[in-house]
Design a protein around this ligand. Structure first.
Ligand SMILES: [Zn+2]
Length: 87
């Protein structure tokens, strides 16, 4: 059974799959890659993934945001080195 819901992450139409044979409910959104799998027996979250949205209007592919994020540690450590030298 598949139910249409609003994605809690981006608000787009997402799908909620009721997997009764696994005792799981899976919510997934194709717009933002949101994923949530809950065990209906225990109520525990088995799997969850909620990608950060850089801006509600930005519609960039995920591949673009990964190199941007990986540059941050280098950028920060360079700033720290400069501030140490200037003191
Ligand atoms: Zn979404």
């Amino acid at each position: 059974m598949i139910e249409s819901i609003h994605c809690p992450n981006c608000g787009a139409i997402a799908e909620r799959h009721h997997l009764s044979y696994l005792a799981q409910v899976k919510t997934q959104c194709e717009k933002c890659d949101y994923l949530l799998v809950i065990c209906t027996r225990s109520g525990h979250v088995l799997e969850s993934y909620a990608p950060g949205l850089p801006s509600p209007r930005a519609n960039k592919p995920v591949a673009v945001s990964i190199p941007h994020l990986s540059q941050h540690p280098n950028y920060n450590s360079r700033n720290r080195d400069i501030s140490v030298l200037s003191h």
